[in-house]
Design a protein around this ligand. Sequence first.
Ligand SMILES: [Zn+2]
Length: 614
Amino acid sequence: MSRLFIAVAATAAFSGVALVGCQTQGSTAADMVMRNGYVYTVDGQNSVQQAIAVTAGKIVYVGSDEGVAAFIGARTQQIDLAGRMLMPGFIDAHMHPGDGGRAMTLCDLKYRTMTRKEFQQTIQACLDAEKDKGPDVWLEVGSWDRMGMDGLDGDPDKSTLDALKTQRPIQVRSTDFHTVLMNSRGLAVAGIDKHTPNPADGKYARDSAGNPTGICEDGAADTMAAVVPPATDAEKLIQTRAALDAMRQQGITSFFDALSGPENGKAFTTLQQSGELTARALLAIKLDPAAAAADPAKTIAEAKALATTYDQGEAKPAPGVSMRHVKLFMDGIINAPADTGAMLTPYLHNTGTEKAPKWTPGKNVGDLYFPPQVLKPLLLQAVEAGFDPHLHATGDRAVRDSLDGIEYVRQQLPGNGFRPTITHNESVDPADYPRFKALDVTANMSFQWAQQAPSTVDGTSDHLGAARFARMEPSGSIARAGGRVAYGSDWPVDPLDEFLALKVGVTRSGDPLNPHSYGPKYAGRLNADPGLSRAEVLRTITLNAAEQLKLENVVGSVEVGKFADLIVLDKNFMQVPEAELARNEVLLTVVGGKVVWAKAPFVGLQATQASVTQ
Ligand SMILES: [Zn+2]
């Protein structure tokens, strides 16, 4: 498949097709024409057209059914959209496809809110299903809804896992990837005891005697995950294929891997070479806070060496691999019971009783992993080396420090066109809303977090207090202040369900029929922060995401000259009743002019396309 692609691209380079505005140059027969559609372009006016033509992976015409006729030749593949909505492919500008593909192969708790007993039963069933595994083989468990369990039964510890019938070491990862729960055997195998110091960017929870409880947060959770032997190359390819398949079905044509390394670089490059890469891969390199504090120049030089290995340079119609972002975790998460997101003022804790709680400010203001004196010179060197920074910040202190760091680099390097992003932005001080626009910082948001859910409501509302809870997930406020909001699913922190997220982006409420929303207890709006319009949310997952990733010249809208990254929807997102916004499907996914996913009534187009390009 990749050979075909190269052949087509080479033909295009010498064909000299003139591409001017929206107008046809007339005579050249296109590879593909789609017509009779509701073509939602995401151009400057959000104009709606009827038809497009594609040649050599690029859009060569956007306009009327009459106008596209001139592009139809004997070898042109013609697709009748039958009035359906065609739009730019989704660009998911923050996700973790390596973990997503991997989660599909673990003992999977499936994001379900469970009691401690259900949790034990499910993990025991996984153990029982693997009776052939020896006593030293790790059991890895994924997609644990820690916050939901905390609301039902309280937070578990190692004893919850020690009660299971097994000798095997066990580690359980929370859905948000910020916590790992270990059993006693796992802690012993990992060599963690009361004498083990906490890492700079996390902690081992301890009992009153200083012994680890089994709960490992942030950097400590990452250390525990690293104790498990890594996937073999063959396993990694299976996981990466699974991730790409999930993306095709969701209509994702470009994705930002927010926490990558050589393993993902290698896997995506291998699949590209075998013609299996069906989305544009942009991979970010994580910077370690302790290493960066000790020697920022060395940290950046190592990142540069890794990027040089995998970054393929300028984008082409066929999907490629890019590695030109660095990722920094400024803090943890603002959700109870973790309370590790860095806040300007303390979290509240209960000084009353369970029946008559009294929520009062405590001492905990969360954890800041890159203090300003480390952050500022590090960001400066990263930008000077050509990286765009992607900063994880959930708490209002972490967001402010990130903005301050970016402001410093803007002052030091006037005219430098770097594209910084702050991702998550769950709690932002209103004074900082206008700074996203002023400093040209993209606010990457995961809209599905703006629905009422165990993670946002139970515990978290009490720990934040009413004033901060009232402004949680401020995507609307940042957009109203002129900031560029781009969407990222954060999959597999949440299930990959782009239409649910877009629905929440508009309504700030879930969908009672969706398994990834929650029950009647969580009905209604999250808070009073304004929702985005339908046009705005579609822009966050297309052109705004392209701008975040510096891809706006080649993808993000349906315009002449751009790559043909396109999706066709079952229902018209701009016209369905609001309650049905999440009940939609992608029927056709096209990347660089090539059909990579098709279902009824477009089944068979994939094979047809291959024969056409032959
Ligand atoms: Zn993430």
